[in-house]
Ligand binder design. Sequence first.
Ligand code: NOJ
Length: 448
Amino acid sequence: MFAKDFVWGVATAAYQIEGGAREGGRTPSIWDVHCRKEGAIFNGNTGETACDFYHRYKEDIALMKEMGIGAFRMSFSWNRILPEGTGRVNAAGVDFYSRVIDELLNSGIQPYVTLMHWDLPQALYERGGYMNRDFAQYFAEYAQTVAKLFSDRVKNFMTFNEPQLMLGAHRGSGKAPGLCLTDVETAPIAHNILRAHGKGVLAMRAASKGHIDIGMANQGCFFYPAEETPENIEAAKRATFEYRLPNWYSSLPWYADPIYLGRYPEPLLSRLKKYLPENWEDDMKEICQPLDFCGQNFYNAYRADENGNQVAEPAGAMYNAEHWNVSPSGIRFAAKWLYERYKLPVIITENGMCCHDWVSLDGKVHDPQRIDFMQRYLLELDRAQREGAKIGGYFCWSLLDNMEWNLGYRPRFGLVYVDYKTQQRIPKDSAHWYKKVIATQGESLREV
Ligand code: NOJ
């Protein structure tokens, strides 16, 4: 069903799993600071300890090995590697990631490293963060450092995770740094992140030892057709790529078109041009660097009618534990449209579901809804590839239950249950199920 070289993975992020927040010379990121603000995070949770991956990575990698996982998407904490954001390299931080990478490789698991998964070093925030035009240069320095130190062993990188949500964090979403700004301030922020991506790719290519694959893990608002008629499908695609809603910063094409195609999309450009920095056109060439894959996080899509307008989900529709709608056909359309528009192999860098998981009286964690969710999405992904889209891999979010940002430890997304009191890990039913999917290259998905 899925090719032999299809990448079967799980995804995580540093702040969500590592803990060890004050160890090994790590300085705070904007998330450490944000979590200390009263009322910012559900139940006052923080990532101080999280899943304690910092100390338990061997156990977690052994779990992955047992599941037959081929690739581990993790992120590096910039402030663990460069505590001041630029300049001094922290040997203890580098040593930690080196040990993790070696353990992964010795277990037959390929690391896929995201350079920045939202945890901006606080030191850089204090220098203006993404608002500072020099941010792009700082990021390039960090990217170069990582490439120099790790490209002998890590062959797959992503620059940023979900710039859409990084912008949302400046538009009142409740994520760090917890700002609520307007288009005037946020359009330049998005532009600087895109510039940082471009400069980062250039710096990594120049510093790397041998070939490395580089991409970005985007989010975006996708629409799926309410009825699968040619007109409705076209309308849903238009609504996705000719984005018109006020929250432009959540859209896919505002970021994806510049990095893959070298241009901002219309009609958003006409609306936002006046907020972009002077001579922004001169930056587009650097922003658009050749990339090796199109990384896409995909959880859900919104339902659109034949005019491309968003319509409510039908009564009785499926939702996850945080009330995000479940829309399996959305991943098929997304994968096909991404491949058609950007012409790169698509890697689903995140997909998964939070459920109301708990330990049953038999000591196990039964999560039939997660299994059904993944089965539905993976079958649709297979259909997308049979209909012509090139799909390179699939990463389930997440290996472990973890710190879901401002929602704290409430949502459980893991294939493996974490008891946060004892740090005990219990592979859920879905972990055993995913193991079989991987072992059969997806053939077992046909069993219903
Ligand atoms: C997107 C983010 O990249 C990740 O950090 C988050 O935990 C999951 N989606 C689930 O919301």
